[in-house]
Design a protein around this ligand. Sequence first.
Ligand SMILES: Nc1nc2c(c(=O)[nH]1)N[C@H]1C(S)=C(S)[C@@H](COP(=O)(O)O)O[C@H]1N2
Ligand SMILES: [Mo]
Length: 385
Amino acid sequence: MTDPSRRLFLGLGATSLAEFARPVPPPELAVSIDKLDPYFTAPADFGDVSRGSPLPHKLPDAKKREVGMHRDTWQLEVVSDPDNPATLGKPLTKKAGTAIDFAALMELAKTKAVRFPKIMTCLNLGCPLGMGVWEGVPLRDVLWLAQPKANWRRVFYHGYHNDDPKQMFRSSLPTGRVLEDPHDCPPVVLCYKLNGEFLSSERGGPVRVVVPEAYGFKSVKWVNTITLSNLAHANDTYAAQNNDVDSPLKTFAATIRVPDAKPGEPTPVTGYAQVGVSGLSKVQVWVSAAGKAWPADDPYFTKAPWTDALILDPPKDWVTPAGKPAEWPMKLTKAYWAALLPGLPAGEYVLRCRTIDSKKQAQPMPRPFKKSGRCDIEEVKLTVR
Ligand SMILES: Nc1nc2c(c(=O)[nH]1)N[C@H]1C(S)=C(S)[C@@H](COP(=O)(O)O)O[C@H]1N2
Ligand SMILES: [Mo]
């Protein structure tokens, strides 16, 4: 299939990414690399994490229109929290006729639209759901229309949830994060396009929040209500189940294809790395005999003889909206990797992979706790016969 990155960016004057060229993979590896899925996830392959009964995106079209889950009927309210009021000059409400509709969002998009690549990953599942270029209007540009003046410390938001309080999926951010972007992070957006196409209902269309540096639960789908609050802490649905709701994306590596190996022959393996806020400098692999004991005082295998894998280039012809990626691997995205394991005698082995982030911290450090994001060193069986 065609790589959506081509369709999306060729028109923007694609430049060669030769600057990022890495060592040319040996032919045995090139075959495996060719089998990797396109860098940007096809719509049908995107993982879905949606709550609700019925699932909002499975509602009949007529119902979607009725409840605002359609570009023709969508409206967004920006209101003050009755329990912890923020001072607003002009709440945006359906009642007053001041709610934002899709046409108003598109009007803002003419001058404010931003696009950024981001991997969407569920904190609970740990595995990436898909990689895409998300387009939206910075959330702050809509919130300023409500004329916030004081007593504003937190932004709460939720989407359509069958009008059943028990089904509400809610998330939140500190006001400062919405108003200003830390480091080189893109803004929090009201997103209406993914990979150049209007956001599908399953992906949260017509409009969802997308928080670039966060796990998926911060990116609420079918968003229709934003509440500006003076509460000083989070109230996210995901705070249940012991989740760390302030945890940004971690860096980790996983395998994609580990074929059975033949004695004495090199084995090509492929994988991906999620590039979290701490960046990515290396992916490493290590094969050991199955059942081999390891010193208990080195639970993260820091003393093992790891070897470097090859980090693959970004898709050819891909330029971001800001031009060529200024760094590669790029934070908040993924990178494919590949390694040719040396020939081994017949037997059972364990293949492990790990990342080294841009601060030289080996996985699972610096944040080895599962409830703030997946980071365990992956172990895969490798059979040589
Ligand atoms: N309204 C709403 N938004 C939601 C959810 C939900 O259940 N309802 N699930 C969240 C979670 S937990 C994740 S991981 C992401 C998944 O995004 P995706 O379904 O587009 O892959 O959506 C988030 N946004
Ligand atoms: Mo999630």
